[in-house]
Write a protein that binds this ligand. Sequence first.
Ligand code: PMV
Length: 341
Amino acid sequence: FEISNQKVTESCPSNIALIKYWGKYKDQIPANPSISYTLNLCKTNTEMEFVAGEKFSVTTFLAEKEEVKFAQKIEKYFTTIEEYLPWILKGKYIIRTENTFPHSSGIASSASGFGAIAKCLMHLDETFAGKTDADSSLRKASFLARLGSGSACRSLYDGLVVWGETNEVSESSDLFAVQYPMSEIHPVFRNFNDWVLLIHEGEKSVSSTVGHGLMNTNPYAERRFKEAHENFSNLKLILKNGDMKAFIKLVEHEALTLHAMMMMSEPAFILMQAGTLAVINKIWEFRKQTDLPLFFTLDAGANVHLLFPSNKEEDVIKEFIIRELIQHTQNNGVVKDVMRF
Ligand code: PMV
């Protein structure tokens, strides 16, 4: 390969898991398969400048502000992936990133961030080592993103995306994500709103790295990993036949299980806040009264992802959210996304 100075830009969306990845083995191998919706509007835009022949170093800027800690993380990450990109340490990098959603909103900026970096690296790799076909390039980007942040590997594809080996999805792998076959998804699940209520915008008290680690000693871990597989089989049927009620039950159960695992860790930790619980209770009341399909999922944080199909009933749901739920957020913060595929 022949390296030269380059400047590339790429963009990558974030994602929200329906069946959660929580717990992993060596080399970012997930303890169970997970599936997520790609968030079309919550993106990271990344410009990567490569200066060939300089001593290896990484400088990063987030929205024009230098981020030294993030740069150290990326330096370490680049060193670990040298075996897959042999040219990677032969120059210096200036990386500028921008998110289209609020920083520290608890929307997985590590997923979109590592996804965008992996895409930039594949762009450089094709310039230096020659083009491969689009499918294998995307697969390698997903593989590389996984080594930065596990859930990031799912951000490389649109729609519903699976990471982790499962008999339910052909070609699924622990090493990279694959798109869930469109033909197996009932139309009601292809047009969805995801509104994120920003309950708490501060730093999380426990990072996801520490959280994954605590699954190693969690007495419920094995049962949880088995349940994720069982949920996958159920979800496959639900997605095919369009059973919204069963979908809601499964997705909310997964979210609560993720947080239950945190509470059962040693030491225990809780990332939900009073506002999170208030919102969950109001959603359940609303469903009891109206039978409309408004439901939630949670990431590893206090914010609540509100999920509801994009259809003729959505205006009633939106009106309820604005009237009853926004009061529990900080600065009336809501990030609105629509997933369409
Ligand atoms: O990708 P990580 O290591 O930040 O883990 C994220 C895990 C969850 O967001 C909580 C769940 C998931 O599957 O995305």
